[in-house]
Design a protein around this ligand. Structure first.
Ligand SMILES: C[S@@+](CC[C@H](N)C(=O)[O-])C[C@H]1O[C@@H](n2cnc3c(N)ncnc32)[C@H](O)[C@@H]1O
Length: 437
């Protein structure tokens, strides 16, 4: 990666290639790769936005892009030519999905190949991109985008859990650029901020901004802490704890603190615990900007215990995050089925720990931003088998802004990317409320 003093900063396409390879070949989360790529510092805000759009499109539409490449090659590309394929993917994303004029997309992609020492492939790249710039549209119209872009194991799992039609609708929403959802600090007027931010008011008063609103820190209200970024669905689990004024709440997997802010803003005394010191640092910064407070503890929630049993606990457990593919398209490329089984063990330990901290009559809300049933209802079924004095406390539609379609027959929260699809969808969340007798 280039150094900060690099006199020849990389082109935006070269940065995009680095990022794509960081995810695809080195298994790094995209946000982490972006945060650590110094080549982005020398880009203009417009170029940075282009890089994000380019890499995001490649990851989101990888199945379609690969099928288009394969359809326009005379012979299959040797699998050892991973970099040539990555360059082609970037070119196809521009020609077919980002409306970059064909001549610009072709010439910059060929230049990228030359810069990467792939001179022998410039003719091939040129030919594939030109063929797609002429006949690509009709080919795309015949593609099953939702199916092609969803890894097989996720498609099978979602179809089994929710039915193929819902799996397809969810996969379709996840192909789109996500909107930006903001939760307002209490006392702020949603209509006033909606007008200032050109936003739509969602049920309950959160705001939704159209995709591509630019850098969050430049939006009105950021510096004064009038709002924080939180997907609509991510704002639901805290509501399940009921009125919070003056209550002590243990927020067991708290960082970076979207839900901690919500708890503190609702008047709770929050103890925010997380395993990661650096992530808790971010949580403290976020709360400071918002003028909110919480006690913070760096500890393993599976073994840490509070001085006295807790009346209210939120366990927003680490998970595969397969409900957040719209915002994190890299997750579809990084996760494997074995990650689900590894995480369910962690979730069981954290749930046992949380149950051990809960006072008689106390409420525990368990949440994950995963669509995998193994990480949601199956964990709760197991816990209820083990801990006999816990009971599920079914949710009511009015606790979820009247959205009864988000409640399962057992009374848990199950949001899907295709819920509120007409407004741009929401993250897939599961949450369950338990009470100790
Ligand atoms: C899904 S994120 C939490 C998001 C957060 N609640 C919010 O709303 O911003 C999961 C968090 O769990 C933390 N974590 C993972 N294992 C943990 C453990 N054993 N004990 C405490 N925290 C843990 C991770 O560091 C991560 O910050």
């Amino acid at each position: 990666m280039p150094s900060r003093q690099d006199p020849h900063p990389p082109s935006s396409r070269a940065v995009a290639l680095d990022l794509l390879e960081a995810v695809w070949q080195r298994g790094r989360p995209l946000d982490e790769a972006i945060a650590n790529h110094r080549g982005l510092d020398s880009q203009t805000p417009r170029d940075r936005a282009f890089v994000r759009a380019l890499v995001g499109t490649c990851l989101r539409r990888l199945g379609q892009i690969d099928a288009l490449i394969d359809a326009r090659m005379e012979r299959p590309l040797n699998p050892s030519k991973a970099r040539v394929r990555a360059i082609l993917r970037l070119g196809v994303a521009q020609v077919c999905f980002l409306a970059v004029p064909a001549h610009a997309a072709v010439s910059t992609t060929v230049a990228l190949a030359l810069g990467q020492g792939e001179r022998p492939f410039r003719g091939l790249i040129n030919a594939v991109l030109r063929r797609l710039s002429e006949g690509g549209e009709s080919l795309i119209a015949t593609q099953d985008a939702a199916r092609l872009n969803t890894p097989d194991w996720l498609w099978r799992s979602w179809s089994a859990a929710y039915g193929e039609e819902v799996a397809r609708q969810s996969a379709e929403v996840q192909l789109c650029d996500p909107p930006l959802d903001l939760t307002l600090r209490p006392g702020e007027d949603p209509e006033v901020w909606a007008a200032r931010l050109d936003a739509h008011v969602l049920p309950g008063g959160a705001l939704r901004l159209a995709p591509g609103t630019g850098e969050v820190a430049r939006l009105p209200g950021y510096d004064e802490g009038a709002w924080w970024v939180q997907d609509f669905a991510a704002g639901l689990p805290v509501r399940l704890l009921g009125p919070l004024t003056g209550k002590t709440v243990l927020d067991l997997c708290a960082a970076p603190g979207g839900k901690t802010a919500q708890l503190a803003a609702a008047g709770a005394e929050v103890i925010a615990l997380d395993l990661s010191e650096s992530r808790l640092e971010r949580l403290r910064d976020n709360l400071k900007r918002l003028g909110l407070a919480a006690a913070t503890v760096v500890a393993d929630a599976a073994t840490w215990r509070p001085p006295s049993p807790a009346e209210a606990i939120l366990l927003d457990a680490p998970c595969t995050a397969t409900g957040t593919l719209r915002r994190h398209p890299d997750i579809a490329r990084l996760r494997r089925p074995q990650d689900v089984s590894a995480l369910t063990e962690v979730q069981d330990e954290l749930l046992r720990g949380a149950a051990a901290m809960l006072a008689p009559g106390g409420t525990l809300v368990y949440a994950v931003c995963s669509l995998q049933p193994e990480e949601g209802p199956e964990r709760i079924a197991r816990l209820l088998d083990e801990v006999r004095d816990l009971r599920r406390q079914p949710l009511l539609a009015e606790e979820l802004h009247g959205l009864s379609e988000l409640i399962t027959p057992e009374g848990d929260l199950r949001s899907l990317p295709c819920h509120l699809a007409e407004l741009g969808g929401m993250d897939g969340f599961y949450a369950c409320r338990l009470r100790r007798r």
